[in-house]
Ligand binder design. Structure first.
Ligand code: G4P
Length: 531
């Protein structure tokens, strides 16, 4: 096997999705701990900053480093080179969060055992389903009273529409949490509450047949319940099929407690075995194989630097094939230019470092003088193809935006258009009118504050935002077949168009979406726009 193939095959690139507070940060910290990337858990990111996202956003300007470093983490574990992509779940939830999933080959879904499936998880899950990437579930906080295990699995299946296969099974929860039962090995791993920040203690594994010894650890009652549940489980659940997992139809489920560091390494090991190496990616020239092709990458995120004096930006790209070397020339397909990527950097656990080389599966950040757009392709100078675009995701919050000083119309339009081009917000216009009225749509409300701040700070324009009641936006997939003037919706529906002139409909509730589809035979509405 060539060195290139070896390097690519040991890469695993995944995103962690969860609702705020389910334990994503804690779990990531423990992963890093096992990888030896940090010595003590608790240093992944400036948590205080992440917590109070709205008020502290301006502070992030100063601490931009922290915010950038928390987007991607790379570490080594057991011969694997692991890239974790962070999907912020707090108030800073934005379209970036969705786009990050476009760069991952699989996703880890963290669920709080006492809460079950929550809103943010549901949203992110939809994108995983769209991409058909494998999803691995870690049910966390088993050291706290959790919902019934069968109910939790049922909820995942019903709410998210994915089949589940528990790889291990919890014995009690909260004060009565005794450990987990490993279904493959048919043994019980006894719960040990290791100190926060240290590696998992010595694990005690007892075969389930050794009832006497097990009783000593977990008690007769818990053992009887476990045996009953195992019987139910073995009888009821379908067999494990790795192919189904890889297609995103089945999620393996694990239980544990990230805080007390129990079940985390077991999960990590299983996950790494089951998840995929960097996947081939669709381009207009066909599928691009990671190991067989030359260097290529696509831009999935652009982070504007808040430093007013420099206006520089970092473009994050996912390498899709081959090897990247810092000195090499590459082609920016959309810009039609051959260039050297400036200051390529890789993000390690706690610092950024200028990198010399990287491989398919890795994420690199490069200095962007304003030439890249989200979805752009980079390849070797002699090649020419483009990767499938990144969809535009449906915003859920809308506001009408006006500049306070009407004399500053030009700067206002320029600023808002540029910020929209970066992908930080989406702008819409009234259908059939010009630019007079601009409607802004965002995925997370924090983006409104970001917009206000940036227009003021970078373009010297003060704006007023007037919230609109719409929560649902739909693109018209078969727009050629529909005359928008004749389309009949509900009275609270609004017709708008996006920057590319595509017609869209805004709705106040889901009922109106349904009514409009009913009233217009053949109308196809979508939540993503691919053009
Ligand atoms: P997030 O990134 O998904 O938002 O969650 P995060 O890891 O920050 O965890 C949220 C809270 O839940 C934290 O408590 C964390 O310590 C706690 N937590 C995480 N995993 C577990 C677990 O397995 N068991 C228990 N009992 N708690 C867990 P906090 O008090 O909000 O923050 P902190 O002061 O501990 O940092």
């Amino acid at each position: 096997m060539s060195n290139l193939t070896q390097e690519i095959n040991r890469r695993r690139t995944f995103a962690i999705i969860s609702h705020p507070d389910a334990g994503k940060t804690t779990l990531t910290e423990k992963f890093l701990l096992y990888g030896g990337a940090i010595n003590l858990a608790g240093s992944v990111k400036g948590k205080a900053t992440a917590r109070h996202a709205v008020s502290d956003w301006m502070e992030i300007e100063k601490e931009r480093g922290i915010s950038v470093t928390s987007s991607v983490l790379q570490f080594e574990y057991g011969g694997y080179c692991i890239n974790i992509l962070d999907t912020p779940g707090h108030q800073d939830f934005s379209e970036d969060t969705y786009r990050t999933l476009m760069a991952a080959d699989s996703a880890v879904m963290v669920i709080d055992g006492s809460k079950g499936v929550e809103a943010q998880t549901r949203k992110l899950f939809k994108v995983c389903v769209m991409r058909k990437i494998p999803i691995f579930t870690f049910i966390n906080k088993m050291d706290r009273d959790a919902n019934d295990t069968f109910d939790l699995l049922d909820e995942i299946e019903k709410e998210l529409g994915i089949a589940t296969c528990p790889k291990n099974w919890p014995i009690g929860s909260g004060k009565g949490f005794k450990g987990i039962y490993d279904r493959d090995k048919r043994c019980v791993i006894i719960y040990s509450d290791t100190e926060k920040g240290t590696k998992e203690g010595e694990t005690i594994e007892i075969p389930v047949e050794d009832e006497e010894r097990l009783c000593g650890y977990i008690g007769r009652e818990a053992l009887d319940k476990l045996l009953e549940e195992i019987e139910l489980l073995d009888g009821a659940s379908a067999g494990f099929d790795l192919e189904e997992v890889r297609r995103g139809d089945l999620t393996p489920v694990f239980f544990g407690s990230a805080l007390t560091n129990f079940g985390v390494e077991i999960f990590l090991q299983h996950f790494l075995e089951m998840t995929t190496t960097p996947l081939p990616r669709k381009a207009d020239s066909g599928l691009v194989d990671p190991a067989e092709n030359n260097f290529s990458a696509f831009v999935f995120k652009i982070q504007a630097n808040m430093n007013k004096a420099h206006r520089d930006r970092i473009a994050f790209m996912r390498i899709c094939s081959g090897k990247f070397e810092a000195s090499m020339e590459v082609k920016h397909v959309q810009g039609g230019k051959i260039m050297r990527l400036s200051q390529p950097q890789q993000i390690m656990a706690s610092e950024r470092k200028i990198l010399e080389e990287a491989y398919a599966g890795d994420i690199i950040g490069v200095f962007d003088p304003g030439v890249f757009s989200i979805g752009d392709t980079l390849c070797m100078p002699k090649e020419d193809f483009t990767y499938e675009g990144i969809p535009t995701f449906a915003p859920e919050h809308f506001a009408r935006v006006r500049q306070v000083d009407t004399m500053k119309r030009k700067q206002f339009v320029k600023g808002i258009t540029q910020i929209a081009q970066e992908g930080a917000i989406q702008i819409f216009q009234e259908y059939n009118t010009g630019m007079e009225e601009i409607i802004v749509g965002v995925v997370g409300v924090l983006q409104f504050d970001v917009l206000k701040y940036r227009l003021n700070n970078e373009y010297n324009v003060e704006i007023r935002l007037e919230p609109l009641p719409y929560e649902y936006i739909r693109w018209i997939e078969n727009k050629e077949e529909f005359d928008l003037d004749k389309l009949t919706g509900t009275s609270d529906m609004k017709k708008v168009k996006d920057m590319r002139g595509n017609p869209l409909l805004l709705f106040v509730n889901e009922w109106s979406v349904g009514m409009t589809i009913d009233r217009n035979k053949g109308l196809i509405l979508t939540e993503f726009s691919r053009n």
